[in-house]
Design a protein around this ligand. Structure first.
Ligand code: GDD
Length: 411
């Protein structure tokens, strides 16, 4: 893969944020180029073998899930964490069947679990991580909560890297690219504490019966603006380095995942920045993670070649996401009166909110005994599924599926 080198890297305490890097060519020829980094396919493949891709899902179109699963490169382990509706019409059962079918045909390692499985709640309680539980000792709703479940399973499997792919992506080819981009980021990194965040080249929308290739989503534009303002007002130098404030598509090393705190729901991605700025930035108050501070934390921001087309969830959803994002910034330790005032203006104008809610933060997962967690979940949980290469799970009508697979290939 040929990726532009970052033109500039903003250094903020121990955090290094690389400026946007464009993917120039997905499959490159190994040529020398002073402006770009050529990453050999073999190197990417080595990373893929140590990478788990977590797919959080809640009531998405099953065809989209199937496309996403088929697109994730074979060498990765796939972990689906579902919060879909159960009951008479059991959507998790449908997801389970699709996962099983794709596994049976491809032999890729795949895991799945349902977020509301009571055994999952007990397991979190037993390993001392009640922060993720509600009053009934079930895991709370929320994308971030699903991501944490996936991260612990990945860690127990001995993975070195963890990436995320939303389940509602219409273009399987773009999902494949995202995963390759993550691996490329890890190939370029020099620190064991690395995060790779994707910026979509375009996010197309239908405008008057035509596709309009929009560059920015509304939430991202606003989140980036205020994350940059946090940095600018702290250093005294204006910057626009952050362009991936809401990057749902991101990946990180397990070493970094272990020392991050996580906010809930959809605010998890902007909070990554806020947490890193607060704890490892210029004004960090105490040194908790000495090794991370000496190695430095690297953030890559890669612009994909493919556009991003996904399910639209409506105005209310966008507003909630924006509220979550801006609240994390408002509650940052770095937020001074000026930034607070600006964020409030934004909240009042767009959302008619006069005081942002506190950010609920879940502490790092590094101290959790992931092996014990995995053992408990895999032994007792009814919804847990672990399909290893070489296994054929027989609960699905594989022949019918194979016929459909072949028919599609002919088309
Ligand atoms: N396990 C689990 N639990 N998954 C969930 C939950 C939950 O409670 N809620 C949502 N998901 C899944 C969705 O099914 C989807 O696969 C993924 O999380 C993202 O949720 P969407 O509702 O589709 O979010 P979005 O597309 O509006 O926003 C995405 O992109 C933003 C950047 O533009 C998300 O990834 C955001 O986090 C991101 O900031």
């Amino acid at each position: 893969m040929l990726i532009e080198l970052p033109r500039h890297t903003e250094i903020f305490g121990s955090v290094k944020i690389h400026e946007l890097q464009r993917v120039l060519k997905l499959d490159s020829g190994g040529s020398e180029n002073p402006r770009a980094c050529d990453i050999a396919f073999e190197d990417i493949k080595e990373v893929l073998k140590e990478l788990a891709i977590i797919v959080p899902i809640k009531n998405e179109n099953i065809h989209l899930l199937e496309g996403v699963l088929r697109a994730i490169p074979f060498d990765c382990t796939v972990i689906v964490v579902s919060n879909s509706t159960r009951g008479p019409q059991d959507i998790y059962k449908m997801e389970h069947d699709v996962i099983t079918n794709v596994h049976n045909l491809t032999q890729q390692e795949m895991l799945a679990i349902h977020q509301k499985d009571p055994e999952l709640g007990f397991s979190f309680h037993d390993v001392g991580y009640d922060y993720i539980l509600d009053h009934d000792r079930l895991v709370r709703d929320g994308k971030a909560e699903g991501m944490i479940i996936g991260m612990l399973l990945a860690k127990a499997l001995g993975k070195k890297f963890i990436g995320f792919a939303d389940a509602d992506n219409y273009i399987p080819g773009s999902v494949r690219e995202y995963v390759m981009d993550y691996a490329a980021g890890f190939c370029m990194s020099e620190s064991p504490y690395t995060m790779v965040r994707l910026h979509w080249r375009y996010k197309p929308k239908v405008v008057e019966d035509r596709l309009y290739f929009k560059k920015w989503g509304r939430v991202s534009e606003t989140t980036n603006k205020y994350l940059n303002l946090l940095l600018s007002t702290t250093t005294g130098f204006e910057t626009r380095v952050v362009i991936t404030g809401n990057a749902g598509e991101h990946a990180l090393t397990v070493k970094l995942a272990d020392i991050m705190s996580y906010s809930t729901g959809y605010s998890i991605e902007p909070y990554h920045f806020v947490y890193l700025f607060d704890e490892f930035g210029l004004k960090a108050e105490k040194i908790v993670y000495r090794d991370a501070i000496s190695e430095g934390i690297e953030i890559f921001q890669i612009e994909t070649l493919n556009p991003h087309i996904h399910e639209e969830k409506g105005e209310e959803h966008i507003k909630n996401m924006l509220l979550g994002s801006l609240s994390t910034i408002y509650n940052s330790k770095l937020c001074n009166d000026y930034v607070r005032h600006k964020v409030l203006e934004e909240l009042v104008d767009i959302l008619e909110v006069y005081k942002p809610p506190d950010t609920f933060v879940m502490p790092p997962i590094g101290d959790i005994n992931a092996d014990e967690f995995f053992k408990q979940v895999s032994t007792y949980s009814d919804t847990f599924l672990w399909l290893k290469p070489g296994m054929i799970e027989s609960r699905v009508d594989e022949e019918a599926y194979l016929r459909r697979f072949k028919a599609e290939a002919v088309k």
